[in-house]
Design a binder for this molecule. Structure first.
Ligand SMILES: CC(C)(COP(=O)(O)OP(=O)(O)OC[C@H]1O[C@@H](n2cnc3c(N)ncnc32)[C@H](O)[C@@H]1OP(=O)(O)O)[C@@H](O)C(=O)NCCC(=O)NCCS
Length: 167
């Protein structure tokens, strides 16, 4: 039987990367590095190690990490897949490595995986004020479809729900 999740991870790994960086599927074996990146990227609202372990081990998840030339993880992202749709759960790049195309590459990798899994749409939620993330997602074809009032806290803010329809 074809292992579709494995095929999707392989498709994600084939994403073209900026020089000096490599993108690979990650697992719970990478937990300590994921925890470090998470604390750095989301200092106010970092997921705990236990939550991150659950995510990395969760069913129908694909997580990818980006590593620099010293083999240090500088970003990670992940999606959850169901038969018809996918949801981007998280994406983050450490501040020193931003603006080099790594966030876009990780998002593109998750989109490639979704194509292999033949889902119709990919959804995500984003803070209304997160102009950088929204611009990244729009460049890849995501569009706002809805809002959730006061969804985020510290500070309280609306969530923008975006969707990419896959052809
Ligand atoms: C959002 C985030 C992942 C982007 O990662 P990144 O590696 O810096 O992004 P990229 O270099 O791939 O840039 C992709 C696009 O984002 C936008 N972008 C990146 N930096 C930007 C900036 N300083 N100002 C405006 N737009 C910017 C651009 O549209 C850019 O595309 P372009 O280079 O073709 O113009 C990163 O800023 C981050 O980790 N932020 C904190 C966590 C977060 O907000 N996660 C998203 C939650 S929804």
């Amino acid at each position: 039987m074809i292992d579709y999740l494995q095929a999707a991870r392989e498709a994600a790994s084939a994403t073209e990367m900026p020089e000096g960086y490599r993108l690979v599927p990650i697992t719970e074996d990478d937990l300590m590095e994921v925890v470090a990146v998470e604390k750095c990227v989301f200092p106010q609202e970092a997921w705990s190690a236990a939550m991150l372990a659950d995510e990395l081990n969760g069913p129908f998840r694909i997580y990818v990490g980006v590593f620099d030339h010293t083999d240090t993880m500088v970003g990670y992202a992940g999606s959850m897949y169901s038969p018809d749709s996918a949801e981007i759960m998280t994406i983050g790049v450490v501040p020193e490595a931003r603006g080099k195309g790594l966030g876009k590459a990780m998002t593109a990798a998750l989109v490639s995986a979704a194509r292999v899994l033949q889902v119709d749409s990919i959804f995500l939620e984003c803070r209304d004020s997160n102009a950088v993330a929204r611009s990244l997602y729009e460049e890849l074809g995501f569009a706002e479809i809805d809002r959730r009032a006061r969804y985020y806290h510290n500070p309280t803010e609306d969530a923008v729900i975006m969707r990419l329809i896959l052809e």
